[in-house]
Design a protein. Sequence first.
Length: 289
Amino acid sequence: MKVIAFAPGHISGFFEPVYHTQDTSRSGSRGAGINLSLGALSEVYIEHATTPQIDVLVNNKVTGAPTTKLAVTHLLGSRPLHVTIKTELGLPVGQGFGMSAAGALSASYAVAKLLEQPLTEAMKAAHTAEVQLRTGLGDVIASCFGGIEIRKQPGLPPWGLIEHIPGACQLVLCVIGKRIDTRKILSDASRMNDIVSYGKYCTKKLLENPSLKNLFSLSYLFTTKTGLATDRVLQAIEAANHVGMASMCMLGNAVFAMGETDNLVRTLSVFGKVCTCASDTVGTRLVEG
C-alpha cells in the first residue's frame, strides 16, 4: 500500500514561544507567518513485519530524520509494521522554512491514511514530535491550515487559534549563511526573554491591523530587536527593502521578500542562493491514496 501527502513549508516572521509543562497539545507559539508552495512531499509504504521499523529517505538519501520518526512512532504505537518514507524537500533544513515540520507532517498524514486513523491524529503526532525535540513550535499547526496566518493562541485545536490574513503573494527566498540549530535558540534563556517580549508585542500589533504589509513591518522590528540576525542577513534585508519588503526567516540565516520579483532576485542573488515561490493557500493534503 502507498499514500502520498504534501505539507507546505512555513516561514515565521515573528513568534512567542509558549510551553505547557503537562500537555504538549497546549505548547506552541503565538506569532505570524506565511505558508509556502514549496514544502515536503512524502511517499509512504507500509508492510507487515515482526517488529516495528521506520526507514526514512530524504531527497533519496537515508537519514535519521528524528522528528519524522518520532511523529510516525506516535501513530504506530506497538504495531509490528515496516514503514518506508521517501520524502522530497523543496527547501533546505535549518533555515527557517519549517522543513522538519513539513517532513513530519506529510509523512504522518500518509501514515494516518494507511492506518485509517483521523488526520487530526497525524497533526497531533507531528506537533508533539516537534515540541518534544524542540525543532519547532508553531510550524505544524500553521502548515496544516495553509495561508497567511496569525497564531492567536498556541497549541493544537481546541486550544490553538489561527486567524488568516486573506490573499496570496509571490515570495523571493534567499539562503545567506549556515543553518541555525533551533534547539539551541529555544534553549537559550538569555535570548528567550527578548523573543517572548517582542513576539508578544508584534502579535498584538498585527491583530490590531492584520495585513501582509504590517506582517513584514513587524517581522523586521522583531528581527532587529531580538538580535537574531547576522550582519550579512541585515545587509540583505536592507538591500531588498529598497525594491520591496523583506525580513528574516525565523529561525534561519535566510531572508524572505515580496515586491518586484525580478529586482528582488537580482538584489538578493548577491547575498546567497535565491529561489521564488508562492504562498500556499490550501495547507497539508493527501495527494494520492
